[in-house]
Design a protein around this ligand. Structure first.
Ligand code: GDP
Length: 296
């Protein structure tokens, strides 16, 4: 049997629906979606094996060329690195909006040698579907060597077609991973992402960008899995916001996170969370490295 296997990256500015698309294609929730941009700081690798093909998804972090902070430089570097090593590149755009950030990603998109698919997302939001055709023609002229596929990641429209096209562009190759393997990210990483997601849910717009989650302890015993997590913020005020009145918010985050962790791990979880202020960390590469944002 001839098998096909290769790396697939999804790029696009924040909020176009990259995490939603990845989850929909995977058929499982493996990365965290939320309305807040910049949630996906790490490259996530999702693996989908079906029949004679295996898709290895690299979900690249957002690309923010206009922001000079170190965290954004990190994302640019790692995004570029990821792009140099993929077989199929998906450029995700929002049907409704095109802005300077899309333009930046478009430049990256055109730069790479990978097989290219331009995915136009959120078509469910279009009131007048007849407007799609002229828009597709314009985009095809702008990206002549890309295949164009309109989808709705959220409503799961046209995803079968998208996957068919991705598959056809994969190189012939043996599988790289065991068929059972879904992600090579450790449970530790997912545990930290769950805390991030719960913070996001609790705080919404109030959540400071410069929040990072550090796992201090992950210990499996007969009785339970002991997990200690530190939430780093930049300012005292942010710490107060996250803790909330009489500690209510942080308590809620802890309870919700623990519930999800127990479901994911299938075991009892003892979760402790702390908040620490680490001033200016997001603009200090050394501090970032000490927190695990080391992309070398
Ligand atoms: P990312 O930052 O690119 O990873 O974007 P997310 O996957 O987090 O999605 C950003 C927002 O767009 C979320 O609120 C999603 O629910 C929403 N979204 C994603 N795909 C679609 C879609 O096909 N249609 C609609 N209406 N909303 C979508």
């Amino acid at each position: 049997m001839t098998t096909r296997c290769g790396y697939v990256a999804i790029i696009g500015r924040p909020n176009v629906g990259k995490s939603t698309l990845l989850n929909a294609l995977m058929g499982q929730k493996i990365s965290i979606t939320s309305k807040k941009p910049q949630t996906t700081r790490h490259n996530l690798l999702g693996i989908k094996t079906e029949g004679d093909y295996q898709l290895l998804f690299v979900d690249t972090p957002g690309i923010h060329q206009h922001e000079p902070k170190a965290i954004n430089r990190y994302m640019n570097r790692s995004a570029r690195r990821a792009l140099n090593d993929v077989d199929v590149l998906l450029f995700l755009i929002d049907r409704q909006k095109w802005n300077a950030d899309d333009e930046d990603v478009a430049a990256l998109f055109n730069e790479t040698q990978a097989e290219k698919i331009l995915v136009i997302n959120k078509v469910d939001l279009m009131e007048d579907k007849a407007k799609l055709l002229p828009q597709l023609q314009k985009l095809q002229a702008k990206f002549p060597d890309a295949k164009l596929i309109p989808v709705s990641a959220e409503k799961k429209v046209n995803l079968v077609e998208l996957e068919k096209v991705i598959r056809s562009l994969l190189p012939e190759s043996p599988f790289y991973y065991d068929e059972e393997q879904i992600t090579d990210r450790s449970e530790r990483f997912l545990v930290a992402e769950i805390v991030r997601e719960k913070l996001m849910r609790q705080l919404g717009e109030e959540l400071p960008y410069a929040v990072t989650i550090q796992l201090e302890r992950y210990e499996t015993t007969d009785k339970a899995i002991f997990i200690d997590v530190t939430i780093y913020v930049e300012k005292e005020g942010q710490k107060r916001i996250i803790i909330g009145q009489a500690g209510e918010r942080l308590k809620r985050v802890g309870i919700d996170a623990r519930t999800d962790m127990e479901a994911m791990l299938g075991a009892k979880v003892m979760l402790n969370t702390w908040i620490k202020v680490k001033s200016g960390w997001s603009d200090d590469e050394r501090a970032m490295k000490s927190l695990g944002y080391d992309d070398d």
